[in-house]
Design a protein around this ligand. Sequence first.
Ligand SMILES: Nc1ncnc2c1ncn2[C@@H]1O[C@H](COP(=O)(O)OP(=O)(O)OP(=O)(O)O)[C@@H](O)[C@H]1O
Ligand SMILES: [Mg+2]
Length: 601
Amino acid sequence: MSDSRDNSRVEPGDARAPSKDLRPLSALWGFVRPHGGLALLALVALLASSAFTLAIPAALRGVVDSFSPKHAAEIDRYFVWLLVAAGALAVFTALRFYAVAGLGERVVADIRRAVYGHVVGMSPAFFERMRIGETLSRLTTDTTVIQGVIGVSSSVALRNILILVGGAAMMTATSPSLSGLVLLATPAVVLPVVLLGRRVRGLSRLAQDRIADSSATAGETLQASQTVQAFGYEPEARRIFDADVEAAYGAALKRIRMRAILTGLVIFIAVGAIAGVLWVGAQNVLSRQMSPGELTQFLLYSVFVAGSVGALSEVWSELQRAAGATERLMELLAAKDPIQPPAQPVAPTDISLDRPKLGEITFDNVSFRYPTRPNAPVLNQLSFQVKPGETVALVGASGAGKSTCFQLLMRFFDPDQGAVRLDGVDLRAMAPSTFRRRFATVPQEPAIFAASAAENIRFGCPDATLADVKAAAEAAAAHEFIAALPDGYDCFVGERGVMLSGGQKQRIAIARAILRDAPVLLLDEATSALDAESEQAVQQAVARLSAERTTLVVAHRLATVKSADRILVLEEGRLVASGVHDQLVAEGGLYARLARLQFSA
Ligand SMILES: Nc1ncnc2c1ncn2[C@@H]1O[C@H](COP(=O)(O)OP(=O)(O)OP(=O)(O)O)[C@@H](O)[C@H]1O
Ligand SMILES: [Mg+2]
């Protein structure tokens, strides 16, 4: 729980990202380019709507100045202009909103797909360094920030830059002297905004961090609510969460106070400055250096310009946030998997006359350590071979490296030395997707998905019929309990299968492997959670299956491995003995010791 308060952690969507400039945003171009038509429409609509925004004060000047009786005839014309400008503004603004927001949604959908598509195929080594939760929040929070930028901020920024430049130009054209005056007054308004604005931003980041802390704490404890309650941890959890929430509130309040002062100050200075300029303008109108319409026009432009400055200062921090988010997502997209498929993959060996059966497994002098623990050798010059159709059991103490052998067989990791081969072909020479098709595996901790029982069994063969699913469930001694579920095979089993017992989950995983119908069966403690009766039923099914398949079994209960064709005894990643049960017992090594402990009772 302590790591949830680790301040060095980079939160998604946080402006504290490694770089503070906006350069990472350019990576988004690659995602915008395929939708060039929509981007162009957005740009055209943006330019047009900005131009018509700028035209409105000019039309309004005509209206105001035609109040004098001698211009009465022109008033209709100016009103028509005003209406046309307003109508065009409305059309192009709607079009701009549609194109820009649509582009934002499209790009974010593409980024989400690209990132998930990339990450879902990453090998376990990647997830050992990258927390799953962090990947998820990048997929959701960071992409949402980017959506805001492409769908809103970029258009706000561009529009306001156009209005700022255009408005300033029009102000100068309307009255150079008043514009000069405004220019002089600008620093008085901008300076406090910049200085205080920086503090407000810092404080809002602090508040966000606090909120992230509190949700991390809440997430952990709610996910493990049973452990929390069993150990009476609720008061402590409440205390920690309360403290986080109050800290977040305190930080937010500080920010709000600063923001309130800033707002008041800006209004005071801005209104003061406008009043000053207006006073000078009024003097000009009185001395007939300026028409009332011109003063109106000038005022409107200065309001536009001031508004765009304000909008730009807000958008700036948004853009910075999005730059950080983009950088993290692109990092994720660029992450290279340590397990790379070969450039020219060899096809797995096919059934032929001299090879009637498939599934020969070879470990050739394999040494391996996990990349996260380079100092702890797990497998040590391990060599063994499993012939097609043979059933071999791996036994050994906890931590001996049995599950690791399975990990290497699936090529989730590559050995440091030696080679793992399937039917004589080095795994590294084949495309993982093709040779993994040859394995049906029941892992030590089977993964059950939040779906129906049938869908969980169908996991490895999406096209299997319900009859096939039922046949597999029957073979795995799972049919009876599934049929007794409220909706039978359509019954939802809950997230991670929480609505099932440990043994039920195992039997679903076994049914899944049976349905997969692959030449190699890998069973890692597949029946460890079953009662004796179900285990016997499953064992019979497995025996039937393994009769024609290569089977590698890991089990602590030696009764389940006794009937294997061969037993390999692993000790600290080394093969220390091999043979059939009686032979190994007679030899009197580690296996005999284990057997004595288990069978003497
Ligand atoms: N992902 C990993 N990263 C680092 N070390 C690991 C990882 N997985 C396993 N290990 C280490 O490798 C060693 C062998 O683990 P392995 O899971 O192969 O044991 P096992 O023989 O299957 O044990 P058990 O019977 O308890 O399942 C252990 O010391 C373990 O701590
Ligand atoms: Mg294991």
